[in-house]
Design a protein around this ligand. Structure first.
Ligand SMILES: Cc1ncc(COP(=O)(O)O)c(C=O)c1O
Length: 396
């Protein structure tokens, strides 16, 4: 049984079996991933890339094998286009910092979408650029005509998410990249909410950068990925300085290591890399298309059930949606709904979900967000709906 591979799903909260519906925040980890990390520390722990001894060589080999696995997972052209980071946030900061130093002057512009996570807004603001957000409809669909009209000779990069963590919208990233490239502008895609739920093929999308976090795809926290097109990465200055990213150091001058090591200063989180490797194996053993189909069924069912609850409103009803369901009931504060659900063992997220501009767009302070993963079931949706029916009369 799939769920048996996730020990935490067998636990209870306040005497109720845990119903975990906060997967957009982080997914739970299967035993194979937990064991991969455990095995590393029990049998292989050593610092990689710099040792002649057996442990260092063996750990280096597994670490670099993972890079090749990620390359195939994203269908990147080369393994040196895969840079390990701590997560999506660090990947975006790396690009904003390095790309910003090279190409962004005060007064230049960065196009983002109106539905970005703060981590795809703030790093660009730190470059001194002016942000130009792509507007979106009430349903949560980006206005592509408006997007096309945002370009001018100060536009330096387009940075948009593949899937919105609040509205669930799957954005037409291939079309967005095509339009940006027609204007001669490079692109970064934030894949934090896509890689665990749908195929992400960087060559098909055609983007220059793609970012994701391991912990949202069944891997541990502390490991993430930046894919960068080779020609693009070659042009960028390093992000951080330190060991591993250098070729030669004197007090006068330093030359930098080749890709991808130029962007990987210091000791990497090897145990977490091996956890990521195991998580990719896990996803591939089930099949990303099977995962997408299952989560889609849950989303369709949960949406229809939720709409039957009196005074419920869903935020985000794009025709092309991933397994995220944001909603409110009447005038109730999302925090109150979340707290009452928690008492029944149901874990959901409440608040602005690090997307305050979306909340401003709808004139609300936050939502309740349910988000599905491959281990969620129809029965869990029924438990959620029953709980909401029970608590709805207690609200406002
Ligand atoms: C769309 C999106 N981008 C970026 C992030 C940031 O990811 P992390 O905190 O793992 O760096 C998140 C996390 O929720 C997200 O949903």
């Amino acid at each position: 049984m799939l769920r048996e591979q996730f020990p935490i799903l067998n636990t209870s909260v306040y005497g109720h079996p845990l119903v975990y519906l906060d997967n957009a925040a982080t997914t739970q980890k299967p035993l194979t991933v937990i064991n991969a990390i455990d095995d590393y520390y029990k049998t292989l722990n050593s610092n990689i890339h710099r040792g002649v001894h057996h442990l260092a060589a063996a750990a280096t080999e597994l670490h670099e094998q993972t890079r090749r696995k990620v390359q195939h997972f994203l269908n990147a052209r080369h393994s040196h286009e895969i840079v390990f980071t701590r997560g999506t946030t660090e990947s975006i900061n790396l690009v904003a910092s390095s790309f910003g130093k090279r190409y962004i002057q005060p007064g230049d512009e960065v196009i983002v979408s109106g539905m970005e996570h703060h981590s795809n807004i703030v790093p660009w603001q730190l470059t001194g650029a002016t942000l130009r957000p792509i507007p979106f409809s009430d349903e949560g669909v980006l206005d592509i005509d408006a997007f096309s009209s945002l370009f001018n000779n100060r536009t330096r990069i387009v940075a948009v998410n593949h899937v919105s963590n609040t509205l669930g919208t799957i954005n037409p990233v291939k079309e967005i990249v095509r339009i940006a490239h027609e204007h001669g502008v490079p692109t970064l895609i934030d894949g934090a909410q896509s890689v665990a739920h749908m195929r992400a093929d960087v060559q098909d999308i055609g983007c220059d950068f793609y970012c994701f976090s391991g912990h949202k795809m069944y891997a541990p926290m502390g490991i993430g990925v930046l894919y960068g097109r080779e020609e693009m990465l070659q042009e960028l200055p390093p992000y951080q300085g330190g060991g591993e990213m250098i070729k030669d150091v004197t007090f006068e001058r330093t030359t930098y290591n080749e890709l991808p090591f130029k962007f990987e200063a210091g000791t990497p989180s090897v145990g977490d890399t091996l956890g990521l490797s195991s998580a990719i194996d896990f996803i591939e053993s089930i099949g990303i298309d099977n995962i997408a189909a299952h989560e889609n069924q849950l989303l369709t069912y949960a949406t229809s059930q939720l709409l039957q609850i009196e005074r419920s409103r869903i935020y985000g009803s794009a025709p092309n949606k991933a397994a995220v369901l944001s909603f409110l009931i009447g005038k109730a504060h999302p925090y109150d709904i979340g707290t009452l659900l928690d008492k029944l063992g149901i874990a959901v997220r409440t608040g602005h979900h690090c997307t305050q501009p979306i909340m401003d767009r709808y004139g609300i302070s936050g939502t309740v967000r349910v988000s599905f993963a491959l281990y969620n079931t129809r029965e869990e949706v029924d438990i959620l709906i029953k709980a909401l029916q029970r608590i709805a009369p207690m609200l406002d």
